[in-house]
Design a protein around this ligand. Structure first.
Ligand code: AHG
Ligand code: MN
Ligand code: MN
Length: 350
């Protein structure tokens, strides 16, 4: 049989074979040792995603998966059993990998070291193991967020001071969305690409390359329960969208899901500072910087108010920042309200 007689269209086989690790090598356009390392690293993140997706899909059928542990994390938030499980999954998949020397997560006070990897693996993984954990117990979408940075220096005191740099230091970033299907979205600075988990293959298969956020979208995504805790400028923006046609509110309680909607369909996500938390709720290193990298690579914008998220240098690893991110025109519209208000810089941009 010659190739013209193939029954299966060639493109479909090619597509099925475009796994995440192969795609990373294509993006780097290299088979160098560094490229192989990054490809293997992304493959381990994918394994963590598969393990977490598997546990979430069985959560209602198993003992000891749902609910709180009774402890609080470094941010003072109640910890769920799934937060602990997912945090440990990421550590476990990188043990004996030779790839990642240090992991920093919103669930751990200090970074976790894997000393046996450190002589060869100079990467740090930063991650939010379960984003939107209030959704876990009710079987709604949640996510994981990750970023990869190079470890700079020896970090002998374990304080991870080299992580206190701006978002341009991210080598790669992305998220995994555990929805009706499990989707992994990543960037390495050359566009944004999405992969669907094919459960029959146990592989993430390429779905879309070079995703672009529409310049404008109808969605605004914000917790309006905080309305009276916001600065006037944010309240005025929300009043504006209430009074104009063409806007619709969508807020799932899991940033990853809300951002995925905006990435695909356009719109804006906001978590502004409040009177209780002037710096907002979301963490720069594990949440807003990785998502800002994705959003900018897709042609959108990400600001804390008037400062670009990727330009912010944190003074501690659990640093929080307000955030406005999404379609270019929607973000600019929010910013036009901030500029009208003299007090803005105190509330939104600290
Ligand atoms: P996490 O579960 O990692 O703590 O993150 C929850 C975040 C984010 O996903 C979501 O957009 C936001 O917190 C929801 O907070 P509110 O309940 O204050 O709206
Ligand atoms: Mn989160
Ligand atoms: Mn979390």
């Amino acid at each position: 049989m010659d190739s013209s007689e193939l029954i299966i269209p060639e493109y479909s086989l090619d597509r099925d074979c475009t796994t995440l690790s192969r795609h990373v090598l294509q993006q780097l356009n290299s088979f160098s040792a560094d490229a192989q390392d990054l490809s293997a690293l992304m493959n381990r993140i994918a394994l963590a995603g598969k393990l977490i997706a598997r546990r979430l899909s069985r959560a209602g059928l198993m003992e000891g998966v749902l609910g709180f542990t009774g402890d609080s994390n470094i941010q003072g938030e109640s910890v769920k059993k799934m937060d602990v499980y997912a945090n440990e999954v990421f550590i476990s998949v990188f043990k004996q990998s030779g790839l990642v020397c240090r992991l920093a997560s919103e669930e751990m006070d200090k970074p976790y070291y894997i000393p046996e990897n450190c002589p060869i693996g100079r990467y740090t993984l930063l991650y939010d193991p379960i984003d939107g954990s209030s959704n876990v117990d009710i079987n709604l979408n949640v996510g994981s967020i990750f970023a990869i940075r190079q470890q700079e220096g020896e970090d002998l005191d374990g304080e991870a001071k080299d992580l206190l740099q701006d978002g341009s230091k991210q080598i790669a970033a992305g998220y995994i969305l555990y929805g009706p299907a499990t989707v992994l979205v990543y960037t390495m600075g050359t566009g944004v690409h999405s992969f669907f988990l094919d459960p029959s293959l146990g592989e993430f298969i390429l779905a879309q390359e070079n995703i672009q956020i529409p310049d404008h979208g109808s969605v605004y995504s914000v917790n309006e329960g905080n309305f009276w805790q916001w600065d006037d400028s944010i309240r005025n923006y929300i009043r504006y969208v209430h009074r104009h046609d063409g806007y619709t509110g969508r807020y799932s309680g899991a940033l990853v899901g809300d951002i995925h909607r905006i990435l695909m369909q356009g719109g804006v996500f906001l978590y502004p500072g409040t009177t209780d938390k002037p710096e907002g709720k979301l963490r720069l290193l594990y949440e807003t910087a990785p998502l800002a990298f994705i959003v900018e690579q897709a042609g959108g914008k990400a600001y804390d108010g008037l400062t670009r998220i990727l330009d912010i240098v944190p003074d501690r690893i659990h640093y929080r920042t307000p955030v406005i991110l999404g379609s270019k025109e929607n973000v600019e519209l929010v910013q036009s309200f901030l500029k009208q208000n003299d007090n803005t810089s105190n509330v939104i941009a600290r």
